[in-house]
Design a protein around this ligand. Structure first.
Ligand SMILES: [Zn+2]
Length: 496
């Protein structure tokens, strides 16, 4: 019999060390039927919608809100989104009975003055729909909480980082709803929290120990009675007490099985704790720059250098100048026949200033507009080489400036340096450069295709990879690797 299912998406990874408060201009928001027109490939909401439509069911889209990771979300925007989503859910309920909710969530979204967003949103939805199944897909970097655990029937997280399995994961969440509604499955979830913080750069799923751990999840999901098994890695650049990796298992009505598997997976994960290491060559700024020039001398160009402490794709501000200053002042940079290319600095007023001075030499202040801690605003004579308006999905204005023999990209939006095309549209082909700096951690696939060699600088910023040095005030201790000698035995998190 045809069923009626409500769907929605809420995606933001909130870095509380980044002082930016994310608002409307940072989000892509779609409401109601508009969501169907804007479904994207490799997206968990798309996986949910197409799987449910494939059943011939009535799929009611409520709201989709997503952004590039950034600082915490504005409380005003979150309240607006929540009010809108709830009123659409109520209207849908008034029109006809609702059989289930399937949600595409990130799981590490935080709101200023509130804390976790997903638990708060689920509380309101659960009040509206006390009985029906709620199933959710999550980002792999989700932070499980007691509210989230209690208020939904089942979760499944991505199994790939970089996240290339978003649609599949959405489809998996939808299939759990189908199992529940068509075949009487009763999703029962068990959760074990593992006291660890891990940077994404140490846990790509193409490297060990994640290859082994993810293979174990897939094996677990083949076991009779298991509906989903996930490792939710948490998000380290946030200051709260709920940090941790989670082993999360959904069984079909079998609490003992779910609990035993969650415990087994958590202990297994912990046993590999010493094996999470950087897989890219990694150094402090100066050594990293030295190594880049050595690779240039050896002919391995372009060398890509990641400004990993200020990586907007992990929620950093994107305006930190530390590595740029070190590169500008490095003696080898001055003599470079081909200026290094630096992507980039988020500074809307500086971009606008450049727009009026193409081809001119001007004095320009830029950088440290948002993250003013340990970060230096620069005042330099620069040459404006090129500008571009409304580039890409985010319609960013961009400028390319030359400063002390470094070509620097300035951007008007908080975007990630994921695509070499953003350099090419400014007339700077990274394939023809010797050194290309990107504000990234591990390189994205499109950048990796250009790079002949990749080095990561442990630079400063709100995605500082040296987690042991972060100014955590509220984190629960002990936690690994901050507490090296601690012991751990997995236990199921009990909620009343
Ligand atoms: Zn993620």
């Amino acid at each position: 019999m045809s069923k009626r299912v409500l769907v929605a998406a809420l995606h933001h990874e909130s870095n509380s060390f980044n002082p930016i408060i994310a608002d409307e201009k940072d989000f892509s928001i779609a409401k109601g039927e508009e969501i169907f027109q804007r479904l994207r490939p490799n997206d968990s909401l798309s996986g949910i919608v197409y799987t449910l439509l494939g059943m011939g069911w009535d799929v009611v889209p409520l709201l989709s809100a997503r952004a590039v990771p950034n600082g915490e979300v504005s409380s005003r925007l979150y309240t607006e989104l929540k009010t809108d989503l709830l009123s659409r859910a109520k209207d849908a309920q008034d029109q006809a009975p609702v059989d289930a909710l399937v949600l595409s969530l990130h799981g590490s979204m935080r709101v200023e003055n509130l804390g976790e967003a997903e638990g708060d949103m689920l509380k309101a939805l659960r009040e509206l729909f006390p009985q029906i199944p709620i199933l959710c897909s999550l980002d792999m970097h989700a932070t499980m909480t007691k509210d989230m655990h209690q208020l939904a029937n089942g979760y499944v997280g991505y199994k790939c980082a970089p996240h290339i399995d978003c649609s599949e994961t959405g489809a998996h969440a939808a299939r759990m709803a189908i199992e529940a509604l068509e075949h009487g499955a009763q999703p029962y979830s068990a959760w074990c929290s593992i006291p660890m913080v891990i940077a994404g750069e140490k846990s790509e799923t193409t490297t060990e120990p994640m290859v082994t751990l993810i293979a174990e999840l897939r094996k677990t999901e083949k076991k009779h009675g298991i509906m989903a098994a996930s490792f939710l890695m948490g998000f380290p650049w946030a200051n709260h007490s709920g940090h941790g990796v989670s082993a999360y298992v959904v069984s079909d009505g079998n609490p003992e099985l779910a609990q035993a598997e969650a415990k087994r997976l958590a202990d297994l994960f912990w046993s590999y704790r010493h094996e999470f290491v950087f897989h890219t060559e990694t150094h402090g700024n100066i050594k990293a720059i030295d190594r880049c020039f050595e690779e240039v001398n050896a002919g391995n160009t372009p060398v890509y250098l990641s400004d990993s402490g200020d990586n907007p794709t992990a929620g950093s501000s994107g305006d930190v100048t530390g590595l740029l200053v070190d590169l500008m002042n490095h003696p080898k940079t001055t003599d470079c026949p081909i200026p290094p290319l630096f992507g980039g600095i988020y500074d809307p007023p500086a971009v606008q200033h450049c727009m009026n001075h193409i081809g001119e030499r001007i004095s320009l202040e830029f950088g440290a507009l948002f993250d003013t801690k340990n970060n230096q605003r620069l005042s330099c004579d620069v040459e404006v080489l090129a500008t571009v308006k409304k580039w890409g999905d985010f319609e960013a204005d961009m400028a390319l400036i030359r400063v002390q023999n470094v070509d620097v990209v300035l951007v008007s939006k908080h975007i990630g340096y994921i695509d070499p095309e953003m350099f090419r549209v400014l007339g700077a082909n990274p394939a023809e450069r010797d050194v290309v700096v990107c504000k990234l951690g591990y390189l994205t696939d499109p950048q990796r295709k250009v790079a002949q060699k990749s080095i990561m600088a442990l630079s400063s910023g709100s995605t500082n990879e040296a987690l042991e040095t972060l100014p955590y005030e509220e984190i629960n201790r002990p936690i690994y690797p901050l507490d090296q000698e601690m012991e751990f035995k997995a236990q199921v998190v009990q909620v009343q």
